[in-house]
Design a protein around this ligand. Structure first.
Ligand code: SF4
Ligand code: SF4
Length: 173
């Protein structure tokens, strides 16, 4: 990353790449945004362990040789880097997200995912012991069709207001 001064580096490109993978839940119908919460089984939630704990420290991306070479190329021909791709996988994997195909299609090009050489410097340096290299490998399997997203164990929604979502349980508390 470009040094601004002393140990302060320019995070702008890194954060722009993070924004580009749309790091938020996408539903087809948006009219209930903020009014409803979508259900997820504990088993499906467990599949996000190892991906949701990222603190965006950028250690993985800055340790990645491919990111040194192509991370700062001009958009869209830049390698997104392990941090952004770990988050991309986190949202692809989420049982509540409905934009899986759009997310995978956006990554199915020469630079976004395929510049990774799977040497896993990124995984070695992560202070949270996450595995961005594994996330990228899983994305490739999904993009190539060798792996399919599992169907959600639980679907449905409840009101966002907890008093309405569980009137009996809340009344007892
Ligand atoms: S090193 Fe780990 S915690 Fe830091 S940005 Fe990468 S995946 Fe996230
Ligand atoms: S495995 Fe891929 S993302 Fe991780 S350091 Fe190597 S080239 Fe970079």
């Amino acid at each position: 990353m470009y040094v601004i001064r002393d140990l302060i580096v320019d995070f702008n490109k890194f954060l722009e790449q993070h924004k580009r993978i749309k790091p938020y839940l996408i539903r087809k119908k948006t009219e209930s945004e903020g009014k409803e919460q979508f259900l997820q089984s504990m088993k499906d939630r467990d599949t996000l362990d190892g991906y949701v704990e990222c603190v965006l420290c950028a250690c993985c991306s800055t340790s990645c040789p491919e990111y040194w070479w192509h991370g700062h190329s001009k958009k869209p021909n830049d390698f997104l880097g392990p941090a952004a791709l770990l988050h991309a996988y986190r949202w692809v994997q989420d049982s509540r997200d409905e934009a899986t195909q759009e997310r995978l299609s956006a990554l199915a090009n020469f630079y976004s995912v395929y510049r990774c050489h799977q040497i896993n410097n990124c995984t070695n340096v992560c202070p949270k012991r996450l595995e961005p290299g594994k996330a990228i490998a899983n994305l490739r399997l999904l993009i190539s069709g060798f792996k399919k997203k599992k169907k959600a164990d639980m679907e449905g929604k409840v009101p966002a207001d907890p008093n309405k979502a569980c009137p009996k349980a809340c009344a007892n508390n």
